[in-house]
Design a protein around this ligand. Structure first.
Ligand code: 4GX
Length: 244
C-alpha cells in the first residue's frame, strides 16, 4: 500500500510518518508514505494557490491548476483519489476496511472555503468527511484516514485479535477493560474477570458490550442482526436500567 498526501503544509506530516506504529509500518515497508506540497505546482509568479470565488462571497477558493498537476504527478492506473471535506460521505470502519484493500491512495487536504469544484467533478474518486463539524483544513482528516487504514494492513499490529475484537468490528461497542491492581483506591475490578471461568467472562463481556451500545449508540443496535442470546441479554439490560 502506498499513500500520497497532497497539502499546503507538508511539514506537519513528517513527524507523524516516523511516529510509533505508523513509523514501524513504514520501516517494515508495509506502507509507503509520501507528502506533496501543492504550492510546488503553482505556476503563478507569486506561487499563489487560492483566488476569490466567482459570484462573490467570503473567503478564498483553492485554484484548480496546482491541484490537478499535483494529482497528476503521483497518479497511477490503480490510484484512488480522495478529497477530505465536510460535504463528503461520513467515514466509518466499513469504509476504512474497504480502503485498506487499495493499492494506492491519494489524499487531498483542502483549505479556505474548499477547492474549485471542477477538481471534485473530474479528478476526485471519493469525497469523505470525518464527521459533522468544521475544521480549519483537511490535514487532520487525512491523518484520520491514514491512521485508521494503516492499522488494518496485515503485519502492522502485533496480534490479529487486537483489531478483530475492537469497537465497531462486530457492530457493538467494546466491553470495558481492567488491569492491575485489583483494588484501586477501593474501586474493585469486577470479580467475574478474576474467576478464571472463561465462559462466564465471555458472557459478561457480551452483556457489557450490549449495555454500553444501548446507552451510547442505539443507532448501532438498530442496524445489527441480534442473536437470540443477545436479544435475551438486552431484555435483562432494560430491566437492570429501569431499577436504577
Ligand atoms: N471532514 N475540513 C476541508 C475545506 C473545505 C471547505 C468547504 C470543502 C468545503 C473536514 C471534515 C473539514 C475543513 C476540511 C474545511 N472543503 N474534512 N476544508 N469535517 O472540516 O473532512
Amino acid at each position: 500500500m502506498k499513500i500520497d498526501i497532497l497539502t499546503l503544509f507538508p511539514e506537519i506530516f513528517h513527524t507523524i510518518f516516523n511516529w510509533s506504529i505508523i513509523g514501524r509500518a513504514v520501516e517494515k515497508k508495509l506502507v509507503r508514505l509520501n507528502c506533496i506540497n501543492i504550492r510546488d505546482f503553482s505556476e503563478d509568479k507569486h506561487k499563489r494557490v487560492d483566488d476569490y470565488p466567482f459570484g462573490g462571497g467570503p473567503g478564498m477558493v483553492m485554484k484548480p491548476e496546482p491541484i490537478a498537476k499535483a494529482i497528476e504527478s503521483v497518479k497511477e492506473s490503480e490510484s484512488k483519489v480522495i478529497y477530505l471535506s465536510p460535504k463528503g460521505k461520513v467515514y466509518n470502519q466499513k469504509m476504512a476496511n474497504k480502503l485498506a484493500r487499495e493499492k494506492h491512495l491519494i489524499l487531498l487536504s483542502g483549505h479556505y472555503e474548499g477547492i474549485d469544484n471542477r477538481i471534485v467533478e473530474h479528478y476526485i474518486d471519493e469525497e469523505i468527511s470525518i464527521g459533522d463539524y468544521v475544521l480549519t483544513g483537511g490535514e487532520i482528516p487525512s491523518l484520520v484516514l491514514l491512521d485508521s487504514i494503516i492499522r488494518l494492513i496485515p503485519g502492522v499490529l502485533g496480534s490479529e485479535d487486537s483489531f478483530i475484537e475492537d469497537s465497531h468490528y462486530n457492530g457493538l461497542l467494546e466491553h470495558p477493560q481492567y488491569t492491575r491492581p485489583r483494588d484501586f483506591n477501593g474501586y474493585m475490578v469486577p470479580s467475574v474477570l478474576l474467576s478464571g471461568n472463561h465462559k462466564e467472562i465471555e458472557k459478561w463481556r457480551l452483556y457489557e458490550s450490549l449495555k454500553i451500545t444501548y446507552l451510547n449508540r442505539r443507532d448501532l443496535l438498530k442496524k445489527k442482526d441480534l442473536t437470540d442470546e443477545e436479544k435475551d441479554m438486552l431484555k435483562e439490560i432494560y430491566k437492570e436500567l429501569e431499577i436504577k
